[in-house]
Design a protein around this ligand. Structure first.
Ligand code: 13P
Ligand code: SF4
Length: 376
């Protein structure tokens, strides 16, 4: 079935958030080695003083990832970050990632203090899906089940029936499709198109995209593959269809790291934010990881495989936020309570799915591992 397409502009600033150029301009300079050591010491002490836990995404600075790991926090994909923040006993969560991740943590734990190194760190998918326009879109299609990607504002989630992340979106849409439901999907057109193709579901797609993954080029990737015929290709499903079509594995960030460990290959080409390479190299020592190409025909390279908003998280602003206790995330309680419904639905589904898969012994289908091996 052909997906129905609606066109909207997506890369424009709204509200408090900052656009691509401004984000790059605000990326903190790398401090000297000596200063980095001092800042890390300070952050460890402040995390203890504030009884806080650091929840980081794989795309942020490797030194922030290491700090999260060594201080009992987590480095994870957006689904695990949400679960970890909700389940951890700490009353202060410091989210090193982008705004929707901080908002999701706050929605799931309204009683906790959620801080972020820079509150303006946003996401092109979130920017491209303003709540008022999205709400009008939903109103125009009342017969459809509304499924939104995690990379959206609290207000957009508050209009949804389900929230999904790339770890579990395919399974949830397949389940809804099996129940005969028609889907209204937002905002990532590439992930939506991929899921539509895999499940055959009737999906009406909002036309947002991730400006990092949008830059990967199928033609160039094909040329690189010819150079390294032994390499396996790992692709995040926010990438364009031509890139996904060349993948050996399509999956969330955690699923791609798992694939790098499990697959019997020595070399991998990776089409996602280059921040992930740090964890891949740690998890699979002795293997070689090559960045998928963003150059070539029609390249604009607004991001060159690195998210400008993720890059806004640094050691200095992390230390400052812990010291001063500012940059707290607030979500309107009524919006938060409504937005929690689709998130809880996803987390419950993911827990049931994991149990089912574990009971069947089919680990290759475990959403927390890599469910889409060979599924491009
Ligand atoms: P994951 O859920 O796979 O971590 O993806 C989040 C994201 O923003 C990818 O660009
Ligand atoms: Fe958003 Fe893309 Fe950045 Fe992920 S990498 S936070 S989808 S802009």
């Amino acid at each position: 079935m052909e997906a129905i397409i609606r066109s909207v502009e997506y890369d424009r600033p709204q509200g408090l958030t900052c656009g691509v150029g401004e984000a790059w301009a605000r990326v903190p300079d790398a401090p000297s080695a000596e200063r980095r050591r001092e800042l890390k010491e300070q952050i460890r002490a402040l995390l203890r003083r504030e009884k806080a836990v650091l929840v980081a995404h794989y795309y942020v600075d490797p030194e922030l990832q290491e700090l999260a790991d060594e201080t009992g926090g987590c480095v994870a994909d957006s689904l695990e970050m949400a679960r970890f923040g909700r389940d951890h006993a700490a009353q202060t969560l410091v989210v090193a990632g982008v705004r929707f991740m901080g908002e999701t943590a706050k929605i799931l734990s309204p009683e906790k203090r959620v801080l972020m190194p820079d509150l303006d760190a946003t996401c092109s998918l979130d920017l491209g899906c303003p709540a008022d326009e999205f709400s009008a879109f939903c109103d125009a299609h009342p017969d459809r089940t509304v499924v939104v990607y995690a990379n959206t504002s609290a207000a957009v989630k508050a209009r949804a029936d389900w929230m999904v992340t790339s770890s579990i979106g395919l399974e949830i849409v397949a389940d809804l499709h099996a129940r005969g439901e028609k889907i209204l999907w937002a905002p990532d057109r590439h992930l939506g198109g991929y899921i539509q193709k895999k499940t055959g579901a009737d999906m009406l797609l909002w036309q947002g995209s991730c400006l990092v993954h949008d830059e990967f080029k199928g033609i160039e990737l094909d040329l690189l593959r010819a150079e390294y015929p032994d390499a396996k290709i790992l692709v995040h499903p926010e990438s364009p269809e031509a890139v996904v079509a060349l993948a050996d594995v399509v999956g969330s960030t955690t699923q791609l790291i798992d694939a790098a460990v499990r697959l019997d290959a020595k070399r991998f080409i990776v089409a996602t934010d280059l921040g992930i390479l740090h964890k891949m190299r740690l998890a699979a020592p002795g293997k070689t990881f090559i960045e998928a190409p963003t150059a070539g025909n029609s390249a604009t390279c607004k991001s060159c495989a690195h998210c400008p908003w993720m890059a806004m998280n640094g050691l200095a602003n992390l230390a400052e936020v812990l010291e001063r206790g500012h940059n707290e995330i607030f979500v309107d309680p009524a919006i938060g309570a409504r937005a929690r419904l689709p998130i809880d639905r996803m987390l419950d589904f993911a827990a049931r799915h994991k149990k089912r898969v574990q009971a069947s012994g089919d680990l290759a289908k475990d959403g927390a591992l890599f469910s889409n091996v060979g599924a491009a």
